[in-house]
Each structure stands twice: as C-alpha cells, then as structure tokens.
Design a binder for this molecule. Structure first.
Ligand SMILES: *[C@@H]1O[C@H](CO)[C@@H](O)[C@H](O)[C@H]1NC(C)=O
Ligand SMILES: *[C@@H]1O[C@H](CO)[C@@H](O)[C@H](O)[C@H]1NC(C)=O
Ligand SMILES: *[C@@H]1O[C@H](CO)[C@@H](O)[C@H](O)[C@H]1NC(C)=O
Length: 337
C-alpha cells in the first residue's frame, strides 16, 4: 500500500456487547428495588440466563444483563472513560463509590458530572483551591467546576474565541450551585470590575431572586421548581477582565401562566403581587388570588414555607440591585394588571 499521508492515521472505533452470558461470568441484572444488582451466571441458554445474586436468584433475558468488571477499584475512577465497561450499571456504581467517599465530581472526558451532596462542602471552594486550579492542565487535579471554568477561560484568552459552558440536570440536581461555582472562578480570574460599589459577579448572583420570582412555581413534586432555562453571558475585555454581564432567560414554561392544574401553583410572582402593600394593591387593582382566573384553577394559593408578602418586598429590592429602575418596575407591574 502506498502511504499518501505518512504519519497520519484514521482511527475507527467500534464497540459492541460481547456475549455477557457465559457460564461463571459476573454480570449486572436490573432490579426493581436496587436498580442494578450483581451476581454470577449459573445457567445460560440462547435466550435466558440464571444469575445467582447475593440475596436472590434472578432469571433474565440474556441481552438484558451487562458484564461486571471484577477489578473495579473500590473508590472508583475519576474519569468514566477509564472504566472497563461504560454502561449504565458501571457508571452508576462508579458515581456511588465516589459519592460514598465524598467525591461528588467525576469526569466523562471533558464533561463534569456533579452529584448533589445535600450538605455544604466549603473546603472544596476556597481561594486556595482556586489558586491550585489556576493554570493546571485539565484532568491533572481532581474533577471540579473550577477546572471546567479555568479551561474555558484559558481557551478564551489563548484563542480569542467566546466559550460556552452548559449546566444541565434535573430539578434539585444542583445546577444553581454549580453555576455559582463557575461564576465565582471566572470572577476570581477576571478580577472584580466595580460598578456602583457592587462587583459584576455580585450583581449576577443577586439577580437570582428576581429570576426565581418570575420563573419558579410549585409543581407536584417540588414547591420551588425552576420552570425556566437561564443564559448568563459574562463579558471580558481584551485584558481578560470582566467588563459586564447579561442574563437572559429563555424557555420559560409559558403554558403554566394560563393553565394551572390542581395541587400546583402559577409562578410565584403572581401571588407576591397579590400580597403587596395596601397602596399597591389599590393602585394595580389587585385582590385575593382566588378572584383571578389564572390563579383560581388550582386550590393551592399559599405555601407554608413561603411568605409572599416578604418575598414581594425582597424581589422589589433585588430588582433595584440589578439595576431595574423604579419606573421600569412599575411598567413591569403594569403588565400583570
Ligand atoms: C375564578 O375567577 C374568575 C375570574 O375572576 C371568576 O369569574 C370565577 O368565579 C372564579 N372561580 C372561582 C371558583 O372562584
Ligand atoms: C409544600 O407546600 C405545601 C403547601 O404549603 C406543604 O404542605 C408541604 O409541606 C410543602 N412541602 C415541602 C417539601 O416543603
Ligand atoms: C427557591 O429556590 C431558590 C434556589 O433554587 C432559592 O434561592 C430560594 O430561596 C427558594 N425560595 C423558596 C421560597 O424556597
């Protein structure tokens, strides 16, 4: 064969499920209680396998069992691409092993997976930690949002091209916290440009109460569910310093405004408006939530943990902080009456 492009290679990767069902092999089987349980194949025919697990013996379809790595390290691996088998039970076992060791972050290549610890872990986010991640190669240190932010920041500086970081996950996964960590690191690298005594980062963070008033609602599962996506743009000057920020919300679940089903509520802001101080109630011709068609389709009007009157004042205050003038706030209010 003539080598036209010496030194260049074209790699074609492929993968497939090898026969999982050989007698004596270790496999994962789906389980209604524990999601996945592992055991040894003790019987196998063309379609079905019998698996001896610790607590029970299960018969499963041969193509529904997945091989288990007998040499899986007890503390897991920090990058899923190092796993012997990249399938659902393997990924979940790895995340669980790391979570039990208080390691809430794991990479899959250059994707960072975060598991909500449901407790504060301040030792992970100090200035000393940011110093460590500053300029370190991606993957050299433990998985961390700072590493993602650092890599994006340096790419932006070195290549002069805008970068995007996508934070996604289900309700309660910790997207808001992760976003704050990313912004904290970018503010650390980009210096704090002061505007009227408040840093841009502070203003961005304090915009959260505003976005949550207009974009959070009670759903069946969550009394404070964010029903919107948020696009935060942080602008840097040619020196790599933060020069501004813009927050755009998009994909608000708009159907929720005019259609509410029973144990749910409309967006928090409507109930806050109905709990405004007396003179504003009169000025905007407001009243009890139960007198409005958009709110009285559901029987739920108040939430035990949410004081709408207090939240109304807090939201007005937050609007001021992020630079929405009183006139603009009143115009906003006008739209709702
Ligand atoms: C809901 O609000 C509408 C509009 O104000 C009103 O006509 C209706 O009687 C209310 N329904 C209930 C059950 O209160
Ligand atoms: C959600 O709000 C309802 C109504 O106030 C309350 O009964 C329930 O306990 C709240 N749930 C949580 C998890 O706070
Ligand atoms: C709703 O959740 C946000 C964070 O997602 C939090 O900042 C806010 O205080 C919560 N509000 C209530 C009323 O629980």
């Amino acid at each position: 064969m003539v080598e036209k492009f010496p030194g260049k290679h074209l790699l074609i990767g492929f993968s497939g499920i090898i026969s999982n069902a050989a007698l004596g092999s270790l496999v994962w089987v789906e389980d209604t209680d524990d999601a996945w349980i592992d055991g040894e194949v003790v019987e196998a025919n063309d379609d079905d396998v019998k698996v001896n697990c610790q607590t029970k013996t299960v018969v499963a379809k041969a193509n529904a069992v997945y091989p288990k790595d007998p040499e899986f390290p007890e503390l897991g691996v920090d990058d899923m691409t190092k796993l012997a088998y990249l399938h659902e039970p393997g990924v979940l076992l790895n995340l669980k092993a790391r979570y039990n060791a208080n390691e809430i972050y794991t990479y899959t290549g250059n994707i960072l997976i975060a598991v909500n610890p449901f407790k504060r872990l301040p030792h992970l986010y100090g200035n000393d930690i940011m110093e460590q991640y500053k300029g370190s190669d991606f993957g050299d240190l433990s998985p961390h949002p700072f590493a993602v932010a650092d890599s994006a920041y340096r790419k932006m500086i070195n290549e002069g091209v805008s970068q995007a970081i996508l934070v996604s996950g289900e309700s309660g996964a910790g997207k808001t916290e992760s976003t704050k960590m990313l912004m904290q690191y970018l503010a650390f690298m980009g210096g704090k440009a002061q505007t009227e005594g408040r840093s841009v980062e502070q203003q961005v963070l304090e915009s959260n109460p505003v976005l949550e008033a207009f974009g959070n609602a009670k759903t069946v599962k969550n009394n404070n569910s964010s029903r919107f996506g948020k696009f935060v743009e942080i602008q840097f000057n040619h020196m790599g310093r933060i020069s501004g920020a813009a927050i755009r919300t998009y994909l608000l679940e708009r159907s929720r405004v005019c259609q509410v089903s029973d144990p749910e509520r409309n967006y928090h802001c409507f109930y806050m408006l109905c709990a405004a101080p007396e003179q504003e109630i009169e000025r905007y011709k407001l009243g009890e939530p139960s007198t409005f068609h958009y709110l009285n389709q559901s029987n739920c009007y108040s939430l035990s943990a949410l004081d709408d009157a207090k939240e109304y004042l807090a939201t007005r205050k937050a609007m001021e902080v992020v630079g929405i003038s009183s006139e603009e706030q009143v115009r906003f209010g006008g739209h709702f009456t």
